[in-house]
Design a protein around this ligand. Structure first.
Ligand code: SF4
Length: 221
């Protein structure tokens, strides 16, 4: 690929995003949830596993512990037993309980609606906070997960696409600077779906990819 100007790259990003909008016209969060508290806990549980796996355990978890107060007072062993299949269950059970206690102690049992407040909660980083902001509160947020990192790198949507260990906060800042805040949450969903469906970590399916016409990494393994 010849050197691409910043303006050309931004135009390409919008063109490629328009294609993803056609492919995924109505994206939504793949985690099951009925309220912000459930989404917050489910997102925390989704670290290092799939949303599908999390959905298998959250029904029972929230039937048994439907509120921050209930989960704050839960028996850790019991929570571990319920979430066992999501992996790292010792840490995640401890965090879910600690998170619920912090909601009770610091936010009167309500999930806060700002990045600054959400990231004071134990186990909650920018990715989780952005998921909750965008999907539970309609506040623009751009969650950067492993799929977003990989796909934006292959598409060279960001400056550090060569880096083996890119900084998610820098990715969030650079991508958000190009798109309207109203698009951030769905943009993240669409990049995640594209990463899951086509632009796999191993063996991306460039031959059938709708972005192959302009993607700088098309056909490169
Ligand atoms: S062309 Fe290949 S590398 Fe580029 S986005 Fe599509 S699947 Fe990924």
């Amino acid at each position: 690929m010849t050197r691409e100007s910043k303006q050309a790259r931004i135009q390409r990003m919008h063109n490629e995003y328009a294609i993803l909008c056609d492919v995924y016209p109505a994206p939504s969060c793949a985690l099951n949830f009925r309220n912000p508290f459930e989404l917050l806990v489910a997102t925390m549980l989704s670290a290092q596993t799939t949303d599908k796996q999390v959905n298998k355990v959250t029904g029972e978890l929230f039937d048994r512990y439907p509120t921050p107060k209930a989960l704050a007072n839960a028996d850790e062993r019991d929570v571990e037993g319920i979430i066992h299949s999501v992996g790292f269950f010792h840490t995640k059970a401890r965090r879910a309980i600690a998170l619920s206690r912090a909601l009770l102690d610091d936010f009167a049992g309500e999930v806060p609606q700002t990045m600054d407040e959400l990231t004071t909660l134990p186990g909650v980083g920018r990715k989780t906070a952005n998921v909750v902001l965008g999907n539970a509160f309609g506040v623009p947020g751009f969650p950067v997960d492993t799929h977003v990192i990989r796909v934006t790198g292959r598409l060279r949507w960001r400056s550090d696409w060569r880096s083996a260990n890119p900084d998610p906060v820098t990715i969030e800042r650079e991508i958000c600077a190009v798109f309207d805040p109203a698009d951030w949450t769905d943009l993240s969903h669409r990049l995640i779906f594209h990463g899951r469906d086509t632009c796999h970590a191993r063996n991306p399916e460039c031959a059938v990819c709708p972005l192959a016409g302009t993607c700088p990494s098309a056909g490169i393994r």
